[in-house]
Design a protein around this ligand. Sequence first.
Ligand code: GLT
Ligand code: MN
Ligand code: MN
Length: 399
Amino acid sequence: MLSPMTENDRYAPTPEDQFSFGLWTVGNPGRDPFGEAVRPQLEPAEIVCKLAQCGAWGVNLHDNDLVPFGSSAAERGRIVAAFKKSLRDAGMVVPMATTNLFSHPVFKDGAYTSNDPKVRAFALRKTMEGIDLGVELGARTYVFWGGREGSEADACRDPRTAISHMRDAIDFLCAYVKDQGYDIRFALEAKPNEPRGDIYLPTTGHMLHFISTLQHEEMVGVNPEVAHETMAGLSFVHGVAQAMEARKLFHIDLNAQRIGRYDQDLRFGSEDLKQAFLLVRLLEGTSGGQRYGGPRHFDAHAYRTEDQAGVWEFARGCMRTYKILVERALSFDSDPEVRDLVAEHNDAEIDPALTGYSREKADRLRALDLDADALGRRGCGYERLDQLMIEHMLGVRPA
Ligand code: GLT
Ligand code: MN
Ligand code: MN
């Protein structure tokens, strides 16, 4: 039994919302390091059909979520043709694709950063084939999550070599895309640890700098994940904002996570509701900034306690919470008291303007009458502002 959803439900997902799920997310059978699967493995066609019924717009995949590792060309052809038909039947798209560079034992000590050039060659070739598959299915974004690109015994390689191998790989693959004439961009996804003791380029900030060192940096952005940045104890909202400001937010992995835990990949909004609210507010631009235009991808899975019905409940919950938070963010940002409080501290102008150095400006700055003690005595009013935010989140404002 699915939760009730009426025709005129204002939180019902629509294609304009661009909600997507990975095959591996709702297809997660609940296996963990301590226990076996608790749910049967679903076929991709069934996932596509059920996701469409839940109101999702897109489905994402790793190469091997669809085409099992080692399939022949003929098998691949059959599988891909059948999958395309299920997409057509369900009216679903594939906005993003990626490569599994972590499951097979060949990648146990890394893929692009392996010390062994044969492993690096295998990883590059697998990615080229994965890109071909993604493009064939219509994907416009190709994600790189280097789960095995890390170490436990750190003396095994100079981390600088790992970074430079990573750069060689991404440069090579960008050139491959250009050479093939594909219309697809790359999005790099950071994670601090798990499954490796430490993973190279552990946060979105590290990725942003790394991107600036690439040959084709214009075609590479980031795919930040709530859980991964939160594992590192960082503000996800700040990381995403930095990516947006740099015009590098190409994709996003939405889920929920508590600090200090393993990668929980929980239902969006199920933990740290305040960060979730601020994130939706940022992505939707309700406070006036530019709106993020890409897919809202849920990289999460249902609790291991759930049966199959619970999985679809989980999927609908992710989308529903997102839309509720959009509504709450709009209500917060249109509240006159909120606007006044924010404006009070934001719209002060000063002469000389503090951008663009000139010697003349520096002299005028020196001559300015600035009373640091008076400025320091002024309250910011943020207790009131934050309380108003809580009240909007809890739905008690506007009354
Ligand atoms: C894996 C990982 C995710 C990544 C996926 C893309 S694979 O499920 O935990 O965070 O986004 O490779
Ligand atoms: Mn992810
Ligand atoms: Mn994760």
